[in-house]
Design a protein. Structure first.
Length: 300
């Protein structure tokens, strides 16, 4: 079984209005924080939080700032400054309180911390391609009969086995910059036909990119990718401005494969030791199922 390695990418800078990249070189953390808090506040229904409405028509969607501030136990002025992107000297305790008031998920809470208290980096050198350890390449080769691949920052697919190409398409035949789940999901019409629930797959990809952006707002290649997708895909623009974030996880997906027909596969995602920005994804079918038999046929 062959194992493939992505030799790298060379992405062109494309700015995208409304996506946040500053002239295609970086994302503005203040804007990201402001829009994230605003969208989380807008999705809350006052009645769900025990806030009485007295028949007066609300002029804002979701909670008002003063309502959210009251729930979090901070002053309206303080919360307003935070929602305007001014997170200077904000404490983790305050962020925890705001997270609880907003009913944030674990992934959203992590994202908020990254946006409000970003790590201080030295001047970033030219982005370097992530390296996949030789032992991982050997592991991909050793995994027989199931699709498996390693992916990293910006949703780049870094390495894969033969079954992954058989199921998801021939990544070796793609241009290096196109070995990227975001580009595949939104710019490749074949992918829309492959994923029976394309919307769910696309939403996962955007959610992962959002989490990535919270940690690496100064990554120019990430900003360029987001700008390109915002320019070329209306679906991406809509999902990106929703500010939903997701962590890599596990689950199942249904594929409509051009050769094998309908496949239902379960997947597990493992964060790799030594580089927490790389993940190993492994897919398998239920034992004894038609999908398992279809995988055997693809393997042959």
């Amino acid at each position: 079984m062959a194992t493939h390695l992505d030799p790298g990418t060379d992405q062109a800078a494309v700015s995208c209005a409304g996506s946040g990249p500053g002239h295609g070189r970086h994302l503005d953390p203040r804007t990201e924080l402001s829009e994230f808090l605003r969208t989380r506040r807008a999705r809350l229904k006052p009645a769900d939080l025990g806030i009485a409405e007295y028949g007066r028509r609300r002029r804002v969607q979701g909670l008002r700032r003063e309502e959210l501030a009251h729930l979090a136990g901070v002053s309206v002025a303080y919360y307003t400054r935070l929602e305007q992107g001014n997170a200077r000297n904000v404490s983790v305790q305050v962020l925890d309180a705001i997270s609880g008031a907003l009913k944030l998920s674990d992934a959203e809470h992590t994202h908020l911390l990254h946006l409000a208290k970003p790590k201080q980096h030295k001047r970033r050198p030219a982005p370097q391609r992530q390296q996949v350890r030789p032992a991982l390449l050997e592991l991909l080769t050793a995994i027989e009969g199931v699709p498996a691949y390693v992916w990293g920052r910006r949703s780049d697919v870094l390495a894969w086995n033969r079954m992954a190409s058989a199921v998801f398409g021939d990544w070796a035949a793609r241009a290096p910059q196109d070995r990227n789940w975001a580009r595949i999901a939104f710019l490749d019409p074949v992918a829309r036909r492959l994923f029976a629930d394309w919307g769910a797959k696309a939403s996962d990809v955007v959610g992962h990119l959002r989490l990535d952006a919270g940690q690496h707002a100064d990554d120019p290649l990430l900003a360029e990718l987001i700008g390109e997708l915002c320019t070329k895909s209306e679906d991406f623009r809509t999902m990106w401005t929703a500010h939903d974030v997701k962590k890599k996880s596990h689950g199942s997906m249904r594929l409509m494969h051009p050769l094998a027909g309908e496949l239902t596969l379960r997947y597990e995602t493992f964060t790799l030791p030594g580089d927490e920005e790389q993940s190993l994804a492994i897919y398998h079918a239920e034992p004894g199922s038609a999908s398992e038999e279809a995988l055997r046929l693809l393997e042959g």
